[in-house]
Design a protein around this ligand. Structure first.
Ligand code: NAD
Length: 336
């Protein structure tokens, strides 16, 4: 039911959004009556795997929260902790002038901002709206225009680092938007991350994130292929990983997140590929890279192959497993 609600809502959001695609009217100079470094309530929308620990880190830093998620169960923990739960993104915008969104896809972000009960329905002038979801940079730019028309500020701030980093407050934020608002964003993002990097105009945070994840997917597939080949050639996987990690083939996928069960402890491959960064989310991010490559006429031969591979994995039952399960997929796909 939640899924159908989301789709219905998303469709209305898209319609509303497309009607409003005109150049921004309001001047940013009119924006910004927010007080800096104050512990006024912060809105948080999207309390899933990442949003939940991120919002908790804001609480630890003393920020009262106004929270919303389409899945009411996701808000329960926050209600029990005394935070205010409301029934729509518009209600969040009515009560908070700084809002963070952490949603799965572009469609969900459009719905949360421009939907029937979206943020834009009740956003206050001068509000700072930070979207930490990984979405299409073109969507971030359009949302920024809509927000600007309402006299508020939008920044994209997608994250690198998984659920573990979100819990520890160690995320890296890649931030795009008006530079003189960066300090205000940093005040909040610094409670949830150890690095907050300004990337440039709106959409450049998403651009950095998409490039990183495309490279990550390619390096993970390469590591899985090399490890599988070495094992077939009779090498011990731990020894092969050790040699790769002292040689020119070393990368994050080989030395920090090795995809072969038994090579490392505390990584998804040691736990039947549970937890971590899901194959569906990786397929989504590679789709964003594919769209961005098409619109900028950039050749991404390996990125495209990686996209097809992760899509195929989703169709073959790997969608809920960590993306390093590409190693298991390669082994199971082999025919002799
Ligand atoms: P998730 O699916 O666990 O959580 C998303 C939450 O948003 C869910 O609770 C869902 O009910 C809620 N939601 C969906 N549509 C909504 C709407 N219109 N209004 C309010 N709530 C809505 O996803 P996640 O793993 O937390 O990922 C969030 C984003 O962060 C994604 O874009 C993902 O690509 C990115 N990301 C994830 C990871 C990771 O390791 N999981 C790492 C880096 C970046």
């Amino acid at each position: 039911m939640a899924a159908s609600l989301r789709l219905r809502g998303a469709a209305s959001g898209l319609r509303y959004w497309s009607r409003r695609l005109q150049p921004p009217a309001a001047s940013l100079a009119a924006v910004c009556s927010r007080s800096m470094a104050s512990k006024t309530p912060v809105g948080f929308i999207g309390l899933g795997n990442m949003g939940n620990p991120m919002a908790k880190n804001l609480m630890k830093h003393g920020y009262p929260l106004i929270v919303y998620d389409v899945f009411p169960e996701a808000c329960k923990e926050f209600q029990d902790a005394g935070e205010q739960v409301v029934s729509s993104p518009a209600d969040v915008a009515e009560k908070a002038d700084r809002i963070i969104t952490m949603l799965p896809t572009s469609i969900n972000a459009i719905e949360a901002y421009s939907g029937e009960n979206g943020i834009l329905k009740k956003v206050k002038k001068g509000s700072l709206l930070i979207d930490s979801s990984t979405i299409d940079p073109a969507v971030s730019k359009e949302l920024a225009k809509e927000v600007e028309k309402m006299g508020a500020v939008f920044m994209d701030a997608p994250v690198s680092g998984g659920v573990g980093a979100a819990r520890l407050g160690n995320l890296t934020f890649m931030v795009g938007g008006v530079e003189n608002e960066f300090a205000a964003a940093q005040e909040l993002l610094g409670c949830m991350g150890s690095s907050v990097v300004y990337c440039g105009a709106v959409g450049t945070g998403q651009a950095a994130k998409i490039c990183n994840n495309m490279l990550l997917a390619i390096s993970m597939i390469g590591t899985a292929e090399a490890m599988n080949l070495g094992i077939r050639l009779g090498l011990d996987p731990k020894l092969l990983a050790k040699i790769l990690n002292m040689s020119s083939g070393r990368c994050w996928s080989s030395d920090t997140y090795n995809p072969v069960p038994g090579v490392m402890e505390g990584v998804p491959s040691a736990n039947n590929y549970q937890g971590g960064f899901g194959t569906t989310l990786m397929a989504k991010d590679l789709g964003l890279a594919q769209d961005s490559a098409t619109s900028t006429k950039s050749p991404i031969l390996l990125g495209s192959l990686a996209h097809q591979l992760y899509r195929t994995m989703c169709a073959k039952g790997y969608s809920k497993k960590d993306f390093s399960s590409v190693f298991q997929f390669l082994r199971e796909e082999e025919t002799f």
